[in-house]
Design a protein around this ligand. Structure first.
Ligand code: GLA
Length: 381
């Protein structure tokens, strides 16, 4: 009799658990809608990827921008964690690269030139004397071809773009493919790949500005950051790396232990002053033989949201939105003020084409560029 009761009770618990989990676990979906028109009249689409937990990533074909990313807080409430705009027009006039795919070369190339195979290439200079994020019309301003593709885990969107030989001064026709996958474990995975028909340089990244408490919720100085780096690449006044790898020990760049972003952001430190805060490339401590390693972890004490950044890249640019000055009015008219978001741009080091000791960014015909970065979300109590 006791045994019968046990079976009946266990059965009932099992049934109700199954019912609860199937109610929460809806199948994922991808929806396409119009986001407006690019300045040349091309249609721009917005793809909204939703996973089985209701987590949502909206991606625009203009710049391959992550327009919104809705993830749960510690109470399970979904909220947007990236800055951006409500329509394509905001992205057309944007100069801060909100959410965009960055290429052909992420971050700066000094004096807008480099030599390859004995030939000097002159690039568009769009940041004083230097080239920033690909030049005047980087990949962030291109309209990408989009296709929904099957994913083993979650929802996937493939974006492709042909950067023509000579675009912004870079050699070679570069076929670029970026796949965004929103997994069912609440991660946004980005796979970048590229091939060329001439020797060239490539450094692709994504320029999402995160505020884990939501755009418009104040600054990010209270967020607690860990970066898996023992060294960083110090810069000159133009934010071009000097070529050295400096130890972070005893400096405001030491994030080996979880530390509030704002704890040392105004320190009396030459590098902090040059960046106007953090705007530096960290040299990631890679685990030997690991295909992908954790680069950084950010905890937002207000909402309990946690972001982990994993990458195959050797560096990450930690940028604290020092140039945001409130002039950009984003989603719902919110003005994006200084340090109201942070970026963790996984990358090869800035100015590598002019720094022979940095890991190489060269790509040759027959080779395939391939890097992966994962932005993984969870919560803490
Ligand atoms: C990168 C750069 C910064 C700034 C932003 C865009 O993070 O390192 O200096 O140019 O992009 O505003």
């Amino acid at each position: 009799m006791k045994r019968m009761l046990w079976i009946a009770t266990t059965g009932a618990i099992l049934m109700s658990t199954l019912a609860a989990s199937s109610a929460a676990a809806r199948p994922g979906s991808t929806k396409k809608s119009s986001f407006g028109k690019a300045p040349d009249g091309q249609d721009v689409d917005l793809y909204t990827l939703t996973n089985k937990n209701g987590v949502e990533a909206a991606i625009s074909t203009n710049g391959g921008v992550v327009v919104s990313l809705k993830v749960p807080d510690r109470d399970g409430k979904l909220g947007d964690v990236v800055l951006g705009f409500d329509s394509v027009d905001g992205y057309v006039s944007d100069k801060s690269y909100f959410g965009a795919i960055i290429g052909r070369y992420g971050n700066r190339i000094g004096h807008g030139q480099f030599s390859l195979d004995g030939k000097t290439y002159t690039l568009a200079k769009n940041n004083g004397e230097n080239t920033l994020h690909g030049g005047n019309k980087g990949f962030n301003k291109a309209v990408w071809m989009a296709k929904e593709i099957p994913a083993k885990d979650g929802q996937a969107l493939e974006l492709t773009y042909l950067s023509k030989d000579g675009e912004e001064g870079f050699p070679g026709n570069l076929h670029v493919r970026v796949v965004y996958t929103l997994t069912d474990s609440n991660a946004l995975r980005i796979d970048y790949s590229a091939t060329t028909d001439k020797d060239t340089v490539v450094n692709l990244t994504n320029h999402s500005y995160f505020n884990l408490a939501g755009p418009g919720s104040g600054d990010i100085l209270g967020d607690v950051l860990t970066i898996e780096a023992d060294k960083f690449t110090p810069v000159d006044a133009g934010l071009i790396p000097t070529g050295e790898l400096s130890d972070i020990a005893g400096t405001p760049f030491d994030f080996r232990k979880p530390t509030a972003i704002g704890a040392r952001i105004d320190a009396n430190d030459e590098q902090i002053k040059l960046g106007g805060g953090y705007d530096h490339n960290f040299v990631l401590r890679r685990k030997m033989g690991a295909p992908i390693s954790m680069a950084a972890r950010v905890v937002d004490p207000k909402t309990g949201r946690v972001l982990e950044v994993w990458t195959t890249e050797p560096g990450v640019q930690f940028y604290t939105g020092n140039f945001l000055d409130g002039s950009a009015h984003g989603k719902g008219g919110i003005s994006y003020t200084k340090r109201s978001a942070f970026c963790l741009e996984t990358q090869h080091f800035p100015d590598s084409p002019n720094k022979p000791k940095f890991p190489s960014t060269e790509l040759k015909p027959g080779e395939r560029y391939h890097t992966t970065t994962i932005y993984k979300f969870s919560t803490e109590k």
